[in-house]
Design a protein around this ligand. Structure first.
Ligand SMILES: [Zn+2]
Ligand SMILES: [Zn+2]
Length: 355
């Protein structure tokens, strides 16, 4: 399904022949979910070179291989029939940023769901019956028993949540820590569940009552309405906050998070993926409290492995499947995007095999 420009319906196109270069893989899509960034593009809030195939949260099955089958993340060759998820980023593995451990910022980065289609690479996104995976994509074989609704969002928000926790863990241990998560979207909910699994006291702040109720099911020990509530640091049950994960993108949430952060805390920004007003920061507070402030954008292949391993052991304890609400056939993609823009559910589904 080709996205042309905001306000114009998607156009179905046929790709009659896919030429797979060495190391490339063709996946038959099983299920996809709509990310907030897809909605932003469709509404014209961000501009991408078009035409393109949107969608970067998907699960599928390998249906064809080029010569030199690539290795999956477990080190074994990808095989036809494997059920897989894959990284949003295609990275070279050789440039300075890849070598520094920042493959999501590769000098020759390409991203599924974000690239203008071109001759030889038309199937560039998840809103399609098939996806053409380029060499340099992290490919992860996934268990058959995991529901597709659990797996599709793994390659965006859930792996990003894992990366955010990893960033905090460079300076703070989660076991026994108090963790404040601002924003109860997919990243915030997944981060809450992951922090809870690691033994943290988890506080989630979100202005929407429905999201606060969900957070309570995803490991939050307490929820806060940021409009009405006090910063978590003022709650005597929790003491100072050791980790702040800012997953909302709201500048005010970041201010509250930094004000709540106690001595030695890690503050991780992960929600601000669009321009916002600058925030006032007290440099003295950062110094005297020895705060570590970091930004996390997307994730590394290791984070994708961590996220899927987490889902495999925790998807029944935390109801990730229930985060996907209404589902649409691929031909109803425009309706799916309209529905997603209403934010009734955390994720809207797209089923490429339904009609
Ligand atoms: Zn996404
Ligand atoms: Zn690179």
């Amino acid at each position: 399904m080709l996205f042309m420009r905001p306000g114009q319906p998607h156009e179905p196109v046929a790709v009659p022949q896919v030429m797979l270069a060495p190391g490339e893989v063709l996946v038959e899509a099983e299920f996809a979910t709509v990310c907030g960034s897809d909605v932003h593009t469709v509404l014209g809030h961000r501009s991408e070179a078009t035409p393109l195939v949107l969608g970067h949260e998907a699960v599928g099955r390998v249906t064809a291989l080029g010569t030199d089958a690539p290795l999956a993340l477990d080190g074994t060759p990808v095989q036809i029939g494997d059920r897989v998820v894959w990284s949003v980023a295609v990275h070279c593995g050789a440039c300075d940023r890849c070598r520094r451990g920042l493959p999501q910022k590769c000098r020759t980065l390409r991203k599924y769901g974000h690239e203008r289609i071109g001759q030889g690479w038309e199937l560039t996104g998840g809103f399609a019956t098939h996806v053409h995976l380029r060499a340099g994509t992290a490919i992860l074989r996934v268990p058959e028993e995991l529901p597709a609704k659990v797996l599709a969002p793994a390659s965006c928000g859930i792996a990003t949540a894992w990366a955010a926790l990893a960033a905090a863990e460079r300076t703070v241990r989660f076991d026994g820590a108090t963790v404040l998560i601002t924003g109860g979207g997919l990243i915030g909910l997944a981060a809450a569940a992951m922090a809870s699994e690691r033994g943290a006291h988890v506080v989630v702040s979100d202005p929407e009552p429905g999201r606060r109720a969900l957070a309570a099911q995803f490991g939050a020990d307490a929820v806060i309405d940021p409009v009405m509530g006090e910063p978590a640091a003022a709650d005597p049950r929790y003491g100072a906050v050791d980790v702040v994960i800012e997953a909302s993108g709201a500048p005010r949430a970041l201010v509250t998070g930094i004000e709540s952060a106690g001595v030695g805390a890690a503050v991780v920004l992960v929600g601000s993926v669009f321009p916002s007003d600058p925030v006032a920061l007290s440099p003295e507070r950062v110094v005297r409290r020895q705060l570590s402030i970091s930004g996390v954008h997307n994730y590394t292949p290791a984070d994708l492995v961590g996220a899927v391993d987490f889902l495999a052991r925790a998807w029944q304890r935390f109801s990730f499947e229930s985060l996907v609400g209404e589902c649409f056939a691929l031909g109803e993609l425009d309706a799916a995007l309209v529905r997603a823009a209403r934010r009734r559910e955390v994720r809207v589904g797209v089923d490429p095999r339904a009609s």
